[in-house]
Write a protein that binds this ligand. Structure first.
Ligand SMILES: [Zn+2]
Length: 108
């Protein structure tokens, strides 16, 4: 099944395959997320464009999967998945373009 959903400026577009105990999602996460620079603490928009592979399973899940990111959900909810991706992007090591330039100038 084709899926497309946008949450807070981030769009997940791809395909979902529902199996008996799990839902497989493959696609692309694209858009802009407002994050905070870890250096100057200024908010800036981070461009996101990444391939994603999720396996959505009911908790508790004790397995392991090398190919897919495991997401435990009692009831399948695409919006929640995107929201948790946004949260993890926000908690990334984000450096704004201004501070990246400063680093660049120092090194060379
Ligand atoms: Zn900065």
């Amino acid at each position: 099944m084709k899926i497309k959903k946008e949450v807070e400026g981030l769009t997940l577009e791809g395909e979902s395959i529902k199996n008996k105990n799990e839902t497989i999602i493959t696609g692309k996460l694209k858009g802009k997320v407002q994050v905070e620079c870890i250096k100057c603490l200024e908010p800036f928009l981070k461009e996101v464009d990444e391939e994603v592979k999720f396996k959505v399973v009911k908790p508790p899940y004790n397995g392991f999967d090398e190919e897919y990111d495991i997401i435990e959900q009692e009831n399948f909810n695409l919006e929640e998945i995107i929201k948790s991706e946004i949260a993890s992007i926000k908690s990334d090591y984000n450096v704004c373009p201004k501070c990246q330039n400063v680093e660049f100038n120092k090194e060379f």
